[in-house]
Ligand binder design. Sequence first.
Ligand SMILES: *[C@@H]1O[C@H](CO)[C@@H](O)[C@H](O)[C@H]1NC(C)=O
Ligand SMILES: *[C@@H]1O[C@H](CO)[C@@H](O)[C@H](O)[C@H]1NC(C)=O
Ligand SMILES: *[C@@H]1O[C@H](CO)[C@@H](O)[C@H](O)[C@H]1NC(C)=O
Ligand SMILES: *[C@@H]1O[C@H](CO)[C@@H](O)[C@H](O)[C@H]1NC(C)=O
Ligand SMILES: *[C@@H]1O[C@H](CO)[C@@H](O)[C@H](O)[C@H]1NC(C)=O
Ligand SMILES: *[C@@H]1O[C@H](CO)[C@@H](O)[C@H](O)[C@H]1NC(C)=O
Ligand SMILES: *[C@@H]1O[C@H](CO)[C@@H](O)[C@H](O)[C@H]1NC(C)=O
Ligand SMILES: *[C@@H]1O[C@H](CO)[C@@H](O)[C@H](O)[C@H]1NC(C)=O
Ligand SMILES: *[C@@H]1O[C@H](CO)[C@@H](O)[C@H](O)[C@H]1NC(C)=O
Length: 872
Amino acid sequence: MENLNKLLLLACATFSVISLVKSQNQEGFISLDCGLPSNESPYIEPLTNLTYISDVNFIRGGRTGNIENNSETDFISKPYKVLRYFPEGTRNCYNLSVKQGTKYLIRTFFLYGNYDGLNTSPRFDLFLGPNIWTSIDVLIPGLGDGVIEEIIHVTRSNILDICLVKTGTSTPMISAIELRPLRYDTYTARTGSLKKIVHFDFTNQRKEIRYPEDVYDRIWMPYSQPEWTQINTTRNVSGFSDGYNPPQDVIKTAAIPTNVSEPLEFIWNSESSDDQTYAYLYFAEIQKLKTNETREFKIVANGRLDYTNYIPTKFEAETLINPAPLKCEGGLCRVQLSKTPRSTLPPLMNAIEIFSVIQFPQSETYTDDVIAIKNIQSTYQLSRISGQWQGDPCVPKQFSWIGVSCNVIDISTPPRIIALDLSSSGLSGIIPPSIQNLTLLRELDLSNNNLTGEVPEFLAKIKSLLVIRLRGNNLRGSVPQALQDREKNDGLKLFVDPNIKRHGQHQPRSWVVALVASISCVAVTIIVLVLIFIFRRRKSSTRKVIRPSLEMKNRRFKYSEVKEMTNNFQVVLGKGGFGVVYHGFLNNEQVAVKVLSQSSTQGYKEFKTEVELLLRVHHVNLVSLVGYCDEGNDLALIYEFMENGNLKEHLSGKRGGSVLNWSSRLKIAIESALGIEYLHIGCNPPMVHRDVKSTNILLGLRFEAKLADFGLSRSFLVGSQTHVTTNIAGTLGYLDPEYYQKNWLTEKSDVYSFGIVLLEIITGQPVIEQSRDTSYIVEWAKSMLANGDIESIMDPNLHQDYDTSSSWKALELAMLCINPSSTQRPNMTRVAHELNECLEIYNLSKGRSQDENSSKSTGHSVTSISDIPSAR
Ligand SMILES: *[C@@H]1O[C@H](CO)[C@@H](O)[C@H](O)[C@H]1NC(C)=O
Ligand SMILES: *[C@@H]1O[C@H](CO)[C@@H](O)[C@H](O)[C@H]1NC(C)=O
Ligand SMILES: *[C@@H]1O[C@H](CO)[C@@H](O)[C@H](O)[C@H]1NC(C)=O
Ligand SMILES: *[C@@H]1O[C@H](CO)[C@@H](O)[C@H](O)[C@H]1NC(C)=O
Ligand SMILES: *[C@@H]1O[C@H](CO)[C@@H](O)[C@H](O)[C@H]1NC(C)=O
Ligand SMILES: *[C@@H]1O[C@H](CO)[C@@H](O)[C@H](O)[C@H]1NC(C)=O
Ligand SMILES: *[C@@H]1O[C@H](CO)[C@@H](O)[C@H](O)[C@H]1NC(C)=O
Ligand SMILES: *[C@@H]1O[C@H](CO)[C@@H](O)[C@H](O)[C@H]1NC(C)=O
Ligand SMILES: *[C@@H]1O[C@H](CO)[C@@H](O)[C@H](O)[C@H]1NC(C)=O
C-alpha cells in the first residue's frame, strides 16, 4: 500500500473505453497540460474526451520539457508527456480562476520521465496558496512512474494559487493540473480539507476508471486481494441521490471473501497515527438473492462498531461514511465486515475511498487587496520585480512580494496590505485608481519613477494613509483639497516635488469658505434629519422582509437550548445596560450568554438586523458572536467566552493576583485600537462602536484583547459619515463632548472614548472618582500634566517599570484623542500606529537596560504578553 500515490500512467491498459455512457459535459473542469506549446492548445485527449489546454496563461516563468521517447513511454497519454520545469526563482505559482466557496477535486501530476537526461529524482514542495500542501519526491526515476497529489478543497476566493517551491538543488517540475467541481454536500470533513489516499474499485479487471464514466473524474484503481473473490453483474445499479455517483463499472463489481465464513477485511496505513481519516464505503447488492438467502454483516472500523447488521440494498448504491474522523492507532487502519449469524451469504464491498484530513490554516490575503495589487501589477507591467510578484502577496512571509508590507495578525485573519513601496521601479503613466482599493494602506511610496498626470484626489479616500511619497516624478497640477484636508486633520504626510503647489497657500478668502462650510453644515444636518425620518419610516415597513440567511439559521438557538447551555442561568458573569451575562457551555466550549432584558432600549425592533450584522463581523480583536436566541420575548446573544474578564478589573486590581505591566498594557491598547479601526474602516458597512470603555475590552486566555458589545453600534450612513441619533448611548465619562452638544455621532466619538481608556491604562485611575481633587480623569490628567511630572500621572502599580519616552508618547496620544474638537483627533489607524511605536520604544529601552544589566535578564521575551509579573 506504500506506493498508492504512485501510479502507472500507462494509457493502453488503464482507461476503459466502454462508451455506453453518454459523454458528460465538462462544466467547470480545468485541465491544464503543463508545458504544452500554445499552438497545440486546446486538444481533446482521446481516451477521456477531456479538453486540455496549455498552461501558458496561468504561469509566468518556467520552461517546457518532454519526457524521454522510447518504447515504454509510447503508451503514456498525452497530457503527461510534456512538462514545465522551473530552473529560476524559488517560488513559481500557477494562478487559476475558480469560483469562491466551491468544493473542488484538485489533482496535480508529476511525471519526471528523465526529461533533462540527468536521471535524478526531483524533490520540492507544493503549496496551495499560502499553505504547504505536500513535499513532492519523484522517488523512482524509472520511466512511466509518476506522482499524483489530490485533495478535495473548498476554495476561499476566486483565485487559486498552486505553487512549486524549490527546497534544495533539484528543479521543481509539473506535468498536469486538474480541477473538478464536486457537489458541496459531499466529502465533508469536520475541519480542514481531504487528501486522497485511495479510490479503489474492488474488481479483478485490470483497468482504471475515470471520466467520462465517472462524472467527477475520480480515478478509480482496480484492487483485489488473494483471499477475495470478485463478483459482478450486468444489470445497472441505481440510487445516486446522495451525490457520490460511483460509476456503473465501479459499483457493478464487488469483492466477497473466498472462504464465506471469514470476514472481509481491508487494511491500510496512515502516514502517522495522528492522522484523521475518512473512509467512504460503497455498497450495492449485485446478486439476485433467493428467498431463503440473506446477506447481512456488521461493519467495524478501527475497533469501533459502526453498523451491527447492515444489509446492502438490491441494485442500489449506498455510500457509508464515518461521521467523525477515524484515528488509526499505530498508523494501521482497518475496516472489517463480518457476516451475522443469520446471514447465509458472505459480506460484500463494491468500492472504497480513503482520505486523510489536511489542514490549510493560513488565511489568504484579503481578496480585495489581492485584486487591487494585481491590478497595479498589470497596469505597470512590473517586469523588474514580476519574478517575485507571484502567489499570495503577503504569506508565507518569506515569499511576500517585494515592496509590499502586510499586517499579519494571526493565521485565521486574512492579512492586509499596509504599505506599498514601488520607488525607483521605472514606473510610467498615471497613478492607478486601483490603489484606492487598498483600503488599509498606511504608507505609499512611488517616488523616483516617471509618473505623469496629477496627484489624484482619490488618495484622500484611503482613510488609513499616513505617508505618501511622490517625489522624483513628472507629476503636475496641485495637491487636491481633499488631500490637504487630510494633511491638516489627520496629520497625513504628503511628499511631492516643489512644482506641486498646495491651494490656499496664498488664499485670503478663508472666511468665505468658513461661512459656506457652516451654512452647508446646517443644511447637511437638516437633510440628514429628513433622510433619517424617511429611512426610519421605510425601515419599519420593510422590516418583515428581512430573511435570515442560512448562516443565521445554523446559529439560532431555542430558549430551551439557552437554558440548558447556561445550566438554568446558574453562573452570572456580569450585568450590563441591556441585560445579564451568564456563563455557559456550547459543544463543550465555554460561552458567554447575554440575556437581553425586555426593557432594554434596544428592544426587539433592531435585534434581528443587528444580529445579522454582527454575525458577519469577524476580527481577531472583536469578541465574536456565536449564536443567538430569538423566541417570543426571550432574546439572547451567545458570545465567545473570554477567560480573563475585562480590562478594568485588571487595572483596578479587582481580579487580584497580577498587575499588567507596561508592555502588556500597550499590547492591549494596540489590539483594542485595531478592533475599533476594523469597525471604522474594515467592515462594510462601517460602524461606530458607541460604547468604547475599559469594561468592554475583554481579555482572553493569553491576555489577547477583544472588544465587546459593539452590538450597540449601528451602521452609519456611508458617505455622509455622520449619523444623528435620537437617544444617547454610551457611558458617562467616556462620551464625546461633541456628542452631547450636537447629537452627532462619528467614528471620532470612538476615538474620544478610546482616549479615556488610554488614560485609564496609563494612570490606573478610575474615570470618575469623587474623592479626587478633580473627579473627572480628563481634568485630573490635565492638572497633573501642568506640573509636567510624569511619575505622578503614571499608575503607581507599574512600579516605575516603564520607559519615560514611551509613556510620554502614549500620554500625548491619549490627550490628542480626547481633544474636544473631533477634527483634531487622530483616526484609529494613526492611534494604532503610534501605540505600536510606543511599544517599540519601550522594547528598545528594555533591551538596552537588559544588555547593561544582563544579570537581571531572565531571558524571556519582553513583548510576550503572557509573562505578566506578579505584584510583589
Ligand atoms: C469521445 O467522443 C467521441 C465523439 O463524441 C465518441 O465517439 C467517443 O466514444 C468518446 N470517447 C469516450 C471515451 O467517451
Ligand atoms: C494569472 O497570471 C497571468 C499571467 O501572468 C495573468 O495574465 C492573469 O491575469 C492572472 N490571472 C489572475 C486571475 O490573476
Ligand atoms: C519524441 O517524440 C515527439 C513527438 O513524437 C518528438 O516531437 C520529439 O522530438 C521526440 N523526442 C525525442 C527525444 O526523440
Ligand atoms: C464478471 O465475472 C465473470 C465470472 O467471474 C468474469 O468472467 C467476468 O470477466 C467478469 N466481468 C467483469 C466486467 O468484471
Ligand atoms: C444501463 O444504463 C445505460 C445508460 O443509462 C443504458 O443504456 C443501458 O441500457 C442500461 N442497461 C441495462 C441492462 O439496463
Ligand atoms: C474457512 O474459515 C474457517 C474459519 O476461519 C476455517 O475453520 C476453515 O478451515 C476455512 N475453510 C477453508 C476451506 O479454508
Ligand atoms: C435455499 O433453497 C435452495 C432451493 O431452493 C437450496 O438448494 C439451498 O440449499 C437453500 N439454501 C440455504 C442456505 O438454505
Ligand atoms: C475597487 O473594488 C471594487 C469592488 O471590488 C470594484 O468594483 C472597483 O472597480 C475597484 N476600483 C478600482 C479603481 O479598481
Ligand atoms: C519619462 O516619460 C516621458 C514621457 O512619457 C519620456 O519622454 C521620458 O523619456 C521618460 N523618462 C524616463 C527616464 O523614462
